[in-house]
Design a binder for this molecule. Sequence first.
Ligand SMILES: C[S@@+](CC[C@H](N)C(=O)[O-])C[C@H]1O[C@@H](n2cnc3c(N)ncnc32)[C@H](O)[C@@H]1O
Length: 270
Amino acid sequence: MTLDYDQRVVRYEEISHYPPHLFQTLVQQADPQPGDCVLDLGAGYGAVTQAFLEAYPESDLRMHVLERSPVQLTRARSELIEAYGPAIDTRLKFYCGDFLDLSLEPEHYEIVVAKMVVHEFPSNRQIDLMKKVKALLAPGGRFFIWQTLLDLESVAFFRKLMRKKDELAGFANLARDRHFIAESELFALLQAAGFQRWQRIRVWDYPFDTAKRLRSEFRNEKPLLGEWNNYLAKALQADNGRLAEKLNARITNESVCLDFEQVIYEVHAE
Ligand SMILES: C[S@@+](CC[C@H](N)C(=O)[O-])C[C@H]1O[C@@H](n2cnc3c(N)ncnc32)[C@H](O)[C@@H]1O
């Protein structure tokens, strides 16, 4: 099966404007102890793993890098080896496959991180994702979730916005499968999976800018970006522009900029 993430080779620090201090907050809060094992779930090119290794270059912290796309996993491996040298391999383990299909050791991980991954699972599989993470966490372990988290109205719009982009960019599987969730839906999933305690450790405004996708996702094809911008500008006029005001829309000929919230949650396994 061809995976869209084998083609969607982007850099999230650029398109989503992630400053390094967000990664530092994540790692400081995770505060791994010697010998701990961290699962970077849906790792992409390994940005989360890099952040842990940067903070703990000499320790015996182990990182498991799990990714469904072979292209992304190859990127992760080569970027990690380039940054830390071949010796880092002894602290890393790579898994290629669908998280829900891979056989992983129960109660093995002190820390699991899913950065921008929950929405990659179709809505009817998100509960399986949560249950599996719960089963993999060691007693006292913690699950860190980094997501765009919205209210029900904004998430409905965000889903449409991303689906349109994925369709225009030719990512048919992403357009079909991705399901962005509202914060209340995340809580319901956590509860249904048996988690009882979680807290926000960081919230910030994520400056969404359609123009950032021109090169990385639309292959510099300006008409595609233009079509996306027009679609959004029109959709934002719903309710006499109330949605536009709520999302602080800035619309020009080249781009549509909106403010969405992103959050990092820490979820405790009891
Ligand atoms: C938006 S990217 C985020 C990558 C990385 N966590 C980051 O933030 O830099 C989502 C990643 O999840 C991976 N993914 C999606 N579904 C998956 C699954 N079922 N099992 C494992 N990885 C998956 C995709 O291949 C993609 O690389």
